[in-house]
Design a binder for this molecule. Structure first.
Ligand SMILES: CCCCCCCCCCCCCCCC(=O)SCCNC(=O)CCNC(=O)[C@H](O)C(C)(C)COP(=O)(O)OP(=O)(O)OC[C@H]1O[C@@H](n2cnc3c(N)ncnc32)[C@H](O)[C@@H]1OP(=O)(O)O
Ligand SMILES: NC(=O)C1=CN([C@@H]2O[C@H](COP(=O)(O)OP(=O)(O)OC[C@H]3O[C@@H](n4cnc5c(N)ncnc54)[C@H](OP(=O)(O)O)[C@@H]3O)[C@@H](O)[C@H]2O)C=CC1
Length: 598
């Protein structure tokens, strides 16, 4: 039996959906669809009364998961979270701080005692037995019904040994624990859509791993750290970084060691700020595109290596979490025979491109500027390495050097070059993703959606056809301003005033620079002097003296324009033209050429 999903163009607000793309769902994945008719949310009802274990709850996605779970299923019995002490803070202090976070404001309002449901467990995923005490382990083994495994290192430059210990061995240890759980109904692992980024078309299956995990474990066990560092590029092969490499390994390991567990793997692409929940634009870290948006909004980032036409596969964090919770319910209730992989992506359903993203980000930050911007936001994308290097020198390094010089002269600590170097490091690591497109199939996501009833579809919405990208990016940028940089929207008029001040400084600077260059040029080149005298000695034309024949001769056009328009207007027009051609920064001259003495 084959079932076709309805045409997804219905109800979507984005006009660029793929035409008539019908997804074929394997019959064995389809149930009778009894949930379809119900008016109660099956997903939320499922979690009520259940005990859930979450790793990575202090992270970006983990926090949204905890919040949504507690808000949508207020009768959930308990939410165990595995937390490690960090940066001089005990596990209890960290959890107390986490619960104060803005992301929990909505659930705090709905259920003020939500924190009583959260049961923190001291754990360290890189340690044997996850460093969980025997007493805590006993509690988990007897109580937990669903596991969500979000913890990972997401750094692209993580040393291989640590990435393996956390992303692969940590997963193995958690699986071992899960296999002993007496009441476990589902185990959901968060992977990444880029785990198999060495392929262009990525199906919802587990691919052969880049290496045998056990062999790598043995290798890193006895090899010296520096040797591992040296051989890492060889081991990675085609994989661009240790993050995607270890994520691919952990998927394979799960398939190998899952035993009788009901497991699903969620593969989100680039997780961005929330679309709707708990607040539009909520974001709490600089990973993925967020740091780049802010650097562009601050006017520090001027050039980016990206392919305008490549798909920017972003997924809002609340969409990824809604899918994760729905997949948890489906895995536990429907118990599919095979491990299901859900590609949680947008590119095949509602594509969005890096070029569009750049435009939306720039226009949002021009309308809603960040406070104390370094320069007016004006970042451009190029796929040319040489052009990028040119703009890096002219627009990143030169202003940073000047600014740091100014800081030194005024007795302050220079910092701009450091920021620029860090930015270049991240851009180098990110460009692999911003210059290529991938095709992810999303049949399982569609299948899951078809199993949700009307209420579930509203409460756990992951229908990305409804995503309107320009609105989303605007809310993302404003969210970054509010939640990441803690800036008040009331400060926008002052921020706009600051941008006007920066623009005037730029005009003055460019004018001075142009005059200096022109003076040097005139002083050193006879030809430049001749041109200058020629232009200066041209007599103004009288009205009607320009014939049709003259119009074809460039010197008459120059003469005519100069005699009829003020010089500053002509220069401004030229500078705007140059700016449009991306040849030179804008030049706004407000003086008459005749005043300049050569
Ligand atoms: C116009 C737009 C066009 C867009 C044009 C294309 C973009 C193209 C994106 C592709 C995106 C692919 C995404 C793959 C899909 C996954 O699966 S994503 C998984 C997500 N993982 C990541 O994104 C990790 C990437 N980041 C890294 O690997 C590391 O952060 C880097 C880039 C190596 C930098 O390392 P680092 O120099 O050691 O800096 P790091 O320790 O990260 O940060 C130091 C401090 O600076 C802060 N910081 C970092 N960045 C910033 C910033 N920008 N501003 C202020 N503070 C910052 C940090 O929060 C941190 O603060 P503390 O925690 O110390 O208080
Ligand atoms: N963000 C994204 O764009 C994407 C993320 N993903 C995946 O989603 C998951 C969550 O990512 P995200 O929330 O962004 O990542 P974060 O870096 O925000 O969170 C990572 C979490 O893992 C925990 N953790 C790290 N090391 C350990 C350890 N040794 N022991 C116990 N816990 C540890 C962190 O705890 P602590 O606070 O103590 O550091 C934190 O809670 C990851 O599996 C990631 O691969 C997939 C695609 C894209």
């Amino acid at each position: 039996m084959l079932r076709y999903l309805p045409d997804r163009s219905a109800g979507g607000s984005n006009s660029r959906k793929k035409e008539g793309s019908l997804s074929i769902i394997p019959w064995y994945l389809l149930q009778e669809g009894t949930e379809q008719e119900s008016t109660m949310s099956s997903v939320s009802a499922y979690y009520n009364g259940k005990t859930v274990l979450i790793t990575g709850a202090t992270g970006f996605m983990g926090k949204v998961l905890v919040e949504k779970l507690l808000r949508s299923s207020p009768e959930v019995k308990a939410v165990y979270i595995l937390v490690r002490p960090k940066a001089g803070q005990s596990m209890q202090e960290r959890v107390a701080n986490m619960l104060k976070c803005k992301v929990f404001d909505r659930v705090r309002e709905d259920c003020p005692n939500f924190h009583e449901k959260i049961k923190p467990i001291n754990a360290e995923l890189t340690q044997p037995k996850l460093a969980i005490s025997a007493e805590d382990e006993e509690e988990l083994l007897t109580r937990v019904n669903v596991v969500f495994h979000c913890a990972a290192t997401v750094r692209f430059d993580e040393p291989l040994k640590h990435a393996l210990q956390l992303n692969v061995m940590g997963t193995q240890r958690l699986l071992e624990l899960a296999r002993q759980m007496q009441n476990l109904e589902a185990f959901i692992h968060i992977s990444t859509a880029y785990a198999n980024c060495v392929r262009k078309c990525i199906e919802e299956i587990i691919y052969p791993p880049p290496a045998e995990p056990q062999k790598l474990f043995d290798l890193v066990e006895w090899l010296d750290e520096s040797i591992i560092q040296d051989i890492t590029p060889k081991l990675l092969g085609e994989w661009p970084n240790t993050y995607t490499y270890t994520k691919a390994l952990s998927e394979y390991l799960i398939q190998q060691e899952k035993g009788n567990l009901n497991i699903a793997i969620i593969r989100p692409s680039i997780v961005g700020a929330s679309w709707h929940e708990p607040f539009p634009g909520w974001i709490d870290n600089f990973n993925g595109t967020s740091g780049i948006f802010i650097a562009a909004g601050k006017g520090i980032l001027r050039t980016v290596i990206a392919n305008n036409e490549a798909v920017a596969d972003m997924i809002p964090v609340d969409v990824a979490i809604n899918l994760t919770l729905a997949a948890g319910w489906y895995t536990a209730v429907h118990r599919p025979k095979n491990l299901l992989v859900y590609n949680c992506t947008t590119g095949g359903i509602n594509p969005f491109f890096w070029g569009e993203m750049g435009q939306y980000v720039m226009s949002t930050f021009k309308r809603n500027p960040l406070e104390q911007a370094f320069r007016t936001p004006n970042a451009h994308m190029t796929s040319s390495y040489l052009i990028n290097q040119y703009w890096i020198t002219v627009s990143h390094k030169a202003p940073a050097i000047l600014y740091d010089l100014y800081m030194r002269l005024t007795g302050r600590k220079p910092r701009m070059m450091k920021i620029i170097n860090r930015l270049h490091k991240s851009m180098t690591l990110l460009q692999y993703f911003s210059t290529q497109s991938w095709n992810w199939s999303s049949d399982n996501m569609n299948m899951l959606m078809s199993h949700l009833n009307t209420e579930d579809k509203k409460l756990y919405n992951f229908d990305v056809r409804q995503l309107h990208w320009s609105e989303y990016i605007e809310s993302y940028c404003i969210g970054a301003k509010k939640y990441l940089l803690n800036e008040d929207m009331a400060g926008i008029p002052a921020a706009k005033q600051h941008l006007r001040k920066l623009r005037n400084i730029r005009y003055a600077f460019n004018t001075t620079l142009l005059v200096i260059i022109w003076r040097i040029f005139i002083a050193r080149s006879q030809m430049a002097r001749n041109i200058w005298y020629f232009v200066m000695n041209m007599k103004p034309l009288t009205k009607g003296s320009l014939s049709l024949h003259d119009l074809g001769r460039p010197q008459f056009i120059v003469k005519y324009v100069l005699s009829h328009c003020p010089v500053s207007t002509v220069l401004s027009a030229i500078s705007i033209l140059l700016l449009a051609m991306r040849q030179l920064p804008v030049i706004n001259l407000n003086y008459r050429v005749s005043n300049v003495k050569v």
